[in-house]
Structure formats: C-alpha cells, structure tokens
Design a binder for this molecule. Structure first.
Ligand code: ZN
Length: 225
C-alpha cells in the first residue's frame, strides 16, 4: 500500500487514542475514518476493539462502495454512515463518531445545538442538527444523517451520539470536542434560565473567517519553543 495509506493509518491510530483520552467514548464504541487523499479509499477503525489496544494491522481499508481492500478485521458497524457522508460532501476528509455524554443528552432531548459559542460557530457553522431516530449501524441511520447534514460539520444522532467531520482528522476531533463542550454549556445555561444564541448572521461570518484566515500562514517559519 502507498505512503498516503500508511500515513492515514498512523493518523487514525493517533486520533483514536486522543478520542479515548478525551473521554468522548466508552469501551469500544465510537469509530473513525479518513479519506486517503487523491483516492477512492478509506481507512476505517475495526468493529469492537478498544482504542488503547488498536494497532495498524487492525485498521481496515475499504473502497467507496464499502468493499474491503485490505485488513483482516471487520470494519466498523457504522461504515455505511461514514461512506454516505463522504459521498454527500467532497470537502469532508475525516469523520469521527462518538457517544459523548452531553451531546448524547441533546440527542436524547431531540434538541438541535444552536450556535451559542464562537468556537462552535467557527468549526461547525450554524446549528448542529439532530436526526430522526434510526437504529445504529443501519442504512436508515446513514439516510437520516444525510437528510439533515447540509453543510454542517456535526450531526446529533437521536438517542445515540454525535458524528463530527472536517478537512482533517485533527479538525474532526476538534469538532467532536467542541460540540461536547458546547452541549455541556447549553445544559448549564438552560439551568441558569436562558440560552442566548450568537446573533443571526454572525455565526456564519465567524465560520467564513475561520475558513479564510484562522491559524498560521502556510509558509510561516517554524515556531520556537
Ligand atoms: Zn454509535
């Protein structure tokens, strides 16, 4: 397999341990995938192996139709969901699905997460939509996500969890972490009596600014410690 595939596998392993360390998943739940740049190949985590034990050879490579190209393990049960998102959104290069607590609470309440914090607005854009109920691991869940996805970088899965995505796996991880934090803040603000959203229009402006001017310029000198 190519250097790009090997690099993608390393990124998935690193993101898996960071996802588990961040407390976004419990046990073997949750899954990760990346699109191998310039190909129709995807590196996907296997079903039912905990993230602290995951090694490169456990990862599965599939093509866009879901056929396994490399790997002995069975791919994640949410493979259909991941592939449906990649097909719907060419800008998405990585996907992470977690069962984090506060995002799951929003998903149980059937409550979309409005743009209430600037980091959420930057990473996701507008509100994080919530799907209708659909059983985990089914094509019906993939369809339910595509129904509400639009240009959002995150979707709450009714009675289940959250799926986050981005231009890189690092960004997909950040999306999952920021959605979890915002869901927690939403719950606390609700207890305080009111939730004020970022004014209309401002959330999409913050998103545009993030996409066009956030971070270091591409050719900046290496940072000194
Ligand atoms: Zn799940």
């Amino acid at each position: 397999m190519s250097v790009a595939v090997e690099k993608s596998k390393e990124m998935v392993l690193k993101a898996g341990s960071r996802m588990a360390y961040a407390g976004l998943v419990t046990g073997t739940w949750g899954n990760i995938s990346v699109r191998v740049p310039g190909t129709n190949l995807y590196v996907v985590t296997p079903s039912g192996i905990s993230y602290d034990r995951l090694v490169k050879s456990d990862l599965v490579i599939v093509e866009g139709g879901g056929r396994v190209i490399e790997g002995e393990r069975k791919p994640s049960t949410e493979l259909k969901l991941h592939l449906a998102i990649y097909h719907a959104r060419e800008d998405v290069m990585a996907i992470m699905h977690t069962h984090s607590t506060f995002a799951s609470a929003m998903a149980v309440a059937g409550q979309p997460l409005p743009p209430i914090l600037e980091d959420l607005a930057q990473l996701v854009g507008g509100q994080v939509p919530v799907t209708r109920y659909a059983r985990a691991g089914t094509p019906n869940l993939a369809a339910a996500v595509i129904e509400v996805l639009g240009q959002s970088n995150a979707v709450l899965l009714a009675n289940h969890g959250v799926v986050g995505m981005g231009r890189t796996l690092e960004e997909a991880l950040q999306v999952c972490m920021v959605v979890e934090k915002a869901a927690q803040v939403y719950a606390w603000a609700s207890l305080l009596g009111q939730v004020k959203e970022i004014p209309e229009g401002e959330a999409s402006l913050l998103r545009d600014l993030y996409l066009t001017s956030y971070g270091q310029p591409k050719h900046s000198p290496p940072a000194r410690s």
